[in-house]
Design a protein around this ligand. Structure first.
Ligand SMILES: N[C@@H](CCC(=O)N[C@@H](CS)C(=O)NCC(=O)O)C(=O)O
Length: 215
């Protein structure tokens, strides 16, 4: 099997993939790019015309969705406990929360980031703030699911927790933590205490610092 190459920017949604690789013990070639790559690493566009991160290249396959990459890395060499198999308890919920993480939760976060952090000069901050409120309201489904549960599915840690957990990590990084319920902050603390998360974070930071000192 070839060694998969993960192109990403430190602390971006690619952290879902770096983290899944550490949990699943998949040996990846981690390539940290400057953010945003479309401007700061224009050669990357030849590889990924979207200009987005993460991107996983595995042989002929090229993947550009963080949650799909996390699931793929966890199951690339066969089923593992990081995923839930078809027919097993909570398979439907596993699929649902894994997709929910980016499509429903991270989506409003990114609109907030764009209007309130990256493009403040465009006069769209009010719209950005309403997306922040929308993000907080959308946490209700995860909050209810975690009532009486430590993890989202099948009473164990899975890729669904990686995918949703990243959105909660991002909330803290972009100043949206005030509206995050305490139960979800506690859940996030349980997730980020995992040795595999800490290794993934440290690998990305080392890549980011190497980039900074190079240039
Ligand atoms: N749905 C995709 C979204 C990828 C995405 O938009 N990534 C952001 C970083 S978190 C990005 O690359 N932004 C820079 C750009 O669009 O130029 C995923 O989950 O991977």
């Amino acid at each position: 099997m070839t060694k998969p190459i993960l192109y990403t920017c430190a602390r971006s949604r690619g952290l879902r993939a770096t983290w899944a690789a550490e949990e699943a013990e998949v040996d990846i070639d981690l390539r940290i790019l400057p953010f945003p790559p479309r401007y700061l690493a224009p050669d990357y566009l030849a590889l990924n015309p979207l200009g987005t991160v993460p991107m996983l290249v595995d042989g002929e396959a090229k993947m550009t969705e963080s949650c799909a990459i996390a699931h793929y890395l966890a199951t690339r060499e066969g089923h593992t406990d990081l995923a839930i198999a078809p027919g097993a308890r909570d398979y439907a919920e596993y699929c649902d929360f894994t997709y929910h993480a980016d499509a429903t939760i991270t989506f409003p976060q990114t609109v907030y980031m764009r209007f309130c952090l990256f493009e403040k000069d465009k006069g769209l901050e009010e719209a950005g703030r309403s997306y922040a409120k929308w993000f907080h309201k959308r946490l209700v489904k995860v909050e209810q699911r975690l009532e009486g549960r430590e993890y989202l599915c099948a009473d164990r840690f899975t890729v669904a927790d990686i995918c949703v957990g990243y959105a909660l990590i991002l909330a803290e990084n972009i100043g949206l933590d005030e509206g995050v319920p305490q139960t979800l902050k506690d859940y996030r603390a349980r997730l980020t205490a995992r040795p595999a998360f800490q290794r993934a974070f440290a690998r990305e930071e080392a890549g980011r610092l190497a980039l900074e000192s190079a240039g």
